[in-house]
Design a protein around this ligand. Structure first.
Ligand code: 9WN
Length: 419
């Protein structure tokens, strides 16, 4: 491995390696995040994978999204996992038997969602290979995904709630410590199939898993209709929704449809977030059950930089926070939680390590605002992959690799920034 801090002059070998990872993880129309740890299709992973595949195989990129949206529910929800029928129940917990539900297409799925980052991915594929038939096919499905969130998850303040930490995509983020502590874990036996593949100190704890399981069971018991003891308005999730409306405006226009309703909806979301989630240079989650702001130092609070209409002064303050509290210029990557805080742990999952998807999202948000900082994030992503390979997450300072090997979105987003 190259020493931390060295950018190889020629990325060709790494590009080949990234494509090899995506090819090896390809599974009949879609890509698994990792062969052993995550052997099914995951929702937001597929969006990031689409972005990378658009660089070398737009056909695969389109298939990735169409396969995922093929398992969309009648109410518009896109499940966070679509299970592969050939993989045994014992390969992943919680598997299809636990969720006990099928999409109209017949596929077994989970009943929760993940951040709606798919519309910008669909637009990216179209830019790489303008295929209007694909846009026309995916557009109504993307609209239905947004409609589900508006109908099922929107509060009077205009913000969307997630009802499970898994819906944030940042499962054990310290941002959820307070609302999760209020969840009764019950007398459950905790199943940990993940620990067969990754060391326990790089994953959520058993206590977290007991609560994840209890929350999912309670939601399942309502037919996946009513939130239980956990409902929070996450800045990453809400920003993804707003950015999706901005992308849908472009897609609608390319399909000869009216983009104006999407522009209005994007602006409404930005305004609601600024009014209710912003404080002191960072966006925070809000507990939808108590109305309280859950102040934390999660990098999710920087992701609203992807909102095209974010007011300039707020974008400037977020950039100040990224450079200050998040110290992203030290290692070149964005830590998932601010270093120097008591909760920070550089190796444990979403409590500090750098993930390429978060870094990529903030990179997107900086490209037009601060191209110099965006370039340093892109370089950090390349350096991390050169140093440790396509790992799941990285120590933000030493760039040591953690989690599983050959992780699909690391390969995909590397391909996107290196191009
Ligand atoms: C639960 C697949 C997923 C990612 C999430 C990440 C992790 C699952 C798990 O893996 O979550 O959904 O088993 O820990 O937190 O962001 O989508 O890569």
């Amino acid at each position: 491995a190259a020493p931390a801090g060295t950018v190889p002059p020629n990325h060709a070998a790494l590009v080949r390696q990234a494509v090899r990872v995506l090819v090896a993880n390809w599974e009949r129309g879609h890509t698994v995040p990792s062969r052993r740890l995550y052997p099914h299709q995951w929702s937001w992973d597929s969006a990031f994978i689409t972005i990378g595949n658009a660089r070398w195989s737009p056909r695969r990129a389109r298939s990735e999204l169409l396969t995922l949206f093929g398992a969309q529910w009648r109410d518009g929800r896109v499940p966070h996992i679509v299970f592969n029928p050939d993989v045994p129940e014992s390969a992943y917990f919680p598997g299809p038997g636990f969720w006990d539900v099928r999409a109209p297409c017949g596929a077994a799925t989970s009943g929760i969602v993940q951040p709606p980052v798919h519309a910008p991915a669909a637009w990216r594929v179209y830019l790489a290979d303008p295929d209007r038939a694909f846009l026309r096919r995916i557009y109504p499905r993307l609209v239905a995904q947004q409609e589900f969130l508006r109908t099922a998850r929107r509060s009077p303040e205009g913000l969307l709630s997630i009802v499970h930490p898994w819906e944030s995509g940042m499962d054990n983020s310290p941002a959820w410590d307070v609302p999760l502590a209020a969840v009764d874990p019950g007398p459950l036996h905790v199943e940990r199939r993940d620990l067969a593949h990754v060391s326990a100190d790089e994953r959520p704890t058993d206590r977290d898993y007991a609560r994840y399981t209890a929350l999912a069971l309670a939601y399942r018991d309502t037919g996946y209709l009513r939130a239980g003891a956990f409902a929070v308005q996450d800045p990453l999730f809400n920003a993804a929704y707003g950015a999706a409306e901005a992308a849908l405006a472009k897609i609608a226009a390319a399909c000869g449809l009216d983009p104006a309703p999407h522009h209005r909806e994007a602006a409404r979301m930005t305004a609601a977030m600024v009014e209710h989630l912003y404080a002191d240079g960072l966006f925070h989650a809000r507990d939808a059950l108590t109305g309280r702001l859950l102040r934390s130092n999660s990098a999710a609070g920087l992701v609203p930089l992807i909102l095209p209409d974010l007011p300039r002064d707020i974008a400037g303050a977020l950039i100040g926070t990224a450079l200050g509290r998040f110290q992203f210029e030290r290692g070149g990557l964005l830590p998932s939680f601010a270093p120097g805080t008591p909760e920070y742990d550089p190796a444990r999952y979403w409590r500090g390590p750098s993930w390429l998807n978060l870094t990529w999202l903030v990179w997107q948000g900086l490209r037009h605002r601060r191209p110099d900082l965006a370039a340093s994030l892109a370089e950090g992503m390349i350096r991390a992959v050169a140093h440790a390979g396509m790992r799941e997450y990285f120590d933000p300072i030493t760039l040591e690799g953690h989690g599983c090997l050959d992780f699909s979105w690391s390969a995909a987003l590397f391909l996107d920034v290196v191009a």
